[in-house]
Design a protein around this ligand. Structure first.
Ligand code: AMP
Ligand code: ZN
Length: 500
C-alpha cells in the first residue's frame, strides 16, 4: 500500500473498553460495518448523529490511505415494535397505518433517509444491503446455528439457545451483562411458552396468516429475527471476521451482543476485531427518540418549525455542532450551542475562503511553515487519538488566527511564498472538506432569478402530483429539493421556497 499518512490511529474498542492501535487484518483493506436505519419513519437528528460519527470514521480511514469497504444496511423487515421478540413488525405496522404496501413504506423512508444523508454530506457506503434482499443467507445462517446445537425449532419459530451458548462462550461481554442478572431481570415475553429460557431470542419467527411480510423456510412461513440480518450480511460482504463494527450505543444490547453470539454459533469465529459505539444525542438529558416525542426531523431543524427550536439552523451548522463534541460523549441539544456553532463555522469557512483566494507575497519569513508544521502535527495527533474532533477543530481555529493575521485587506498573504501558501490551502481543504465533511453553504433565496424560476417549475409539478393525490411523487419532489438545500414551505398563499 502507499505509505500510511501520519499514523498510527488509535480507537476505543468498546469490547475491551481500551484504546487500541488500529491495525487492519489485511492492510490496506479495511472492512467496516455499521447498523443502518429501520426504514419505517423519518429519521430524526439522533439517528443523524450516529451516521455522522461513522461518516467521520470512514472519511478518516480514507484520508489515512486505507481502502475501505463500508457496508451499512437498511433494515426493512424483522425489527419489531418492542425491540425484542414481541410486537408487530415496525414496517408492517406503518404500512397498515398509512394503507400502503410494506415495500412502499420501505421505499419512501429509504428515499427520505438518503435525502437527509445528502443534506448532511454523509458519504454513501460501498454496499447498502437490505434484510429482505438476503433471506437465503439468513435462512442458511439459522441452519448452521441449529446444526451446531445452538438453535432449536418450536412451533415454526427458531430460537437461539443462550444458556447453552453461554456454557462454552462469553455472552454479555460487550454490554457487560451477566447471565444470572439477565435471568433475574427478564419478564414474561411473547413466545415464552416456546422458549426454553427467557434469555433465548428468535432468529426466525413464524408468521401468522395475516402477517404481511413472510417467506417460506424449512420451518414454515416466517421472517428473520432482527439481529440476524447484520450477522448474515456482514459475513457475506466482509468475511467471518472483519475489522470494525459500529452503531449507536443503544444497540450494544441486545442487538450487537446477539450478533456476536450468532456468528460464533454459526461459524465458530468472533465476527469483529474492533467494536465502536457512538453516543446519544439527548434533549434535556433524555435520549432523542421517536417514542419520547422529543425527536425533530432534519426538515423541522432547517425550517425552525418545532417547539424546541428558537429558529432554523442549516445542516452544516448542525454537522459542525456535532463534530465539536467527541463521538463517545453524549451531546445535549441546545439552541445556544447551535448558535455558537453557527458563528464558529462561519469564522472557519471565511478563513478558508480568504486562504483560497489569497495571493502569496513571495517573501517567506519561514514563520508560517513552522506554524503549519505544528498545526498539522497537532491536528493529526488529535484525529489519531480516537477521532478527537473537538480538539482538532480547536487547532484549526489556531490556524485561522494565523491566516487572518497574514492576509491583508488586498488578499495578499504577507510572509508566504507560493509553496507555503499551497501547503496551507491543501491542509485546510483536506481537513475541513474531506475529513470533517463540511461544505460551503450558499446565500439566501431570491439572489438568482434562474434558480427561482427552476424551483417554481418543481413547485408546480409537486402541486400537480398533489392534485392527483400522488403523495409519494409530491413527497419525493420535496425530498429531492431538500437534498439540494431547497426547503419548500406550504403557506396559505401557496408554496414558497428558501435555501436550507
Ligand atoms: P434505528 O433506525 O432506530 O434502528 O436507529 C438507527 C441508528 O440511530 C442506530 O445506530 C441507533 O443507535 C441510532 N440512534 C437512535 N437514537 C439515537 C440518538 N438519540 N442519538 C444518537 N444515535 C441514535
Ligand atoms: Zn445491526
Amino acid at each position: 500500500m502507499s505509505e500510511l499518512k501520519k499514523g498510527p490511529f488509535w480507537i476505543t474498542n468498546t469490547l475491551t473498553r481500551k484504546k487500541e492501535e488500529f491495525v487492519p487484518q489485511a492492510p490496506p483493506h479495511v472492512g467496516l460495518y455499521v447498523c443502518g436505519p429501520t426504514v419505517y419513519s423519518d429519521v430524526h437528528l439522533g439517528n443523524v448523529r450516529t451516521f455522522t460519527t461513522f461518516d467521520l470514521l470512514y472519511r478518516w480511514l480514507l484520508h489515512l490511505g486505507y481502502k475501505v469497504r463500508y457496508v451499512r444496511n437498511i433494515t426493512d423487515v424483522g425489527h419489531l415494535v418492542g425491540d425484542i421478540d414481541e410486537g408487530e413488525d415496525k414496517i408492517a405496522k406503518r404500512a397498515r397505518l398509512e394503507q400502503l404496501e410494506p415495500m412502499e413504506i420501505v421505499q419512501k423512508y429509504t428515499n427520505g433517509f438518503h435525502a437527509v444523508m445528502r443534506q448532511f454530506n454523509v458519504l454513501s457506503p460501498s454496499i447498502e444491503p437490505t434484510a429482505t434482499g438476503h433471506l437465503i443467507e439468513q435462512i442458511d445462517m439459522v441452519k448452521r446455528i441449529i446444526d451446531h446445537g445452538y438453535g432449536y425449532e418450536a412451533n415454526g419459530s427458531v430460537y437461539f439457545d443462550v444458556p447453552k451458548f453461554a456454557e462454552k462462550h462469553a455472552y454479555g461481554e460487550l454490554s457487560g451483562r451477566k447471565i444470572d442478572e439477565l435471568m433475574s431481570n427478564t419478564r414474561d415475553t411473547e413466545g415464552m411458552d416456546e422458549k426454553r429460557s427467557p434469555l433465548d431470542f428468535a432468529i426466525w419467527k413464524k408468521a401468522d396468516p395475516i402477517h404481511l411480510m413472510k417467506w417460506p423456510s424449512p420451518w414454515g412461513e416466517g421472517f428473520p429475527g432482527w439481529h440476524l440480518e447484520c450477522s448474515a450480511m456482514s459475513t457475506k460482504y466482509l468475511g467471518l471476521t472483519f475489522d470494525i463494527h459500529g452503531g449507536g450505543m443503544d444497540l450494544k444490547f441486545p442487538h450487537h451482543e446477539c450478533e456476536i453470539a450468532q456468528s460464533i454459533a454459526a461459524d465458530g469465529q468472533a465476527p469483529v476485531r474492533y467494536w465502536m459505539h457512538g453516543n446519544m444525542l439527548t434533549v434535556n438529558g433524555r435520549k432523542m427518540a421517536k417514542s419520547e416525542g422529543n425527536g425533530f426531523t432534519p426538515e423541522e431543524l432547517v425550517t425552525g418549525n418545532h417547539k424546541l427550536l428558537e429558529r432554523g439552523y442549516s445542516p452544516m451548522t448542525v454537522r459542525f455542532f456535532m463534530l465539536q463534541c467527541h463521538y463517545a460523549s453524549t451531546l445535549d441539544f441546545s439552541n445556544a450551542a447551535l448558535q455558537a456553532a453557527e458563528k464558529g463555522l462561519e469564522r472557519l469557512m471565511k478563513a478558508v475562503q480568504t486562504l483560497n483566494s489569497a495571493k502569496a507575497s513571495g517573501n517567506s519569513n519561514g514563520a508560517y511553515t513552522s506554524a503549519l508544521n505544528v498545526i498539522e502535527e497537532l491536528a493529526y495527533g488529535h484525529m489519531n487519538d480516537d477521532l478527537n474532533t473537538p480538539r482538532m477543530i480547536a487547532v484549526l481555529f489556531d490556524g485561522v488566527t494565523e491566516i487572518n493575521k497574514a492576509v491583508d485587506g488586498g488578499g495578499v498573504a504577507r510572509g508566504f511564498n507560493e509553496a507555503e501558501l499551497g501547503r496551507w490551502k491543501k491542509f485546510y481543504s483536506e481537513m475541513v472538506f474531506d475529513v470533517l465533511g463540511l461544505q460551503q453553504e450558499t446565500a439566501t433565496a431570491g439572489d438568482d432569478t434562474a434558480m427561482d424560476g427552476l424551483v417554481k417549475v418543481f413547485i408546480q409539478l409537486r402541486a400537480e402530483a398533489k392534485a392527483k393525490k400522488d403523495f409519494a411523487a409530491s413527497d419525493r419532489l420535496r425530498d429531492q429539493l431538500l437534498a439540494l438545500g431547497i426547503v419548500l414551505k406550504d403557506t396559505k398563499e401557496g408554496t414558497t421556497w428558501e435555501r436550507a
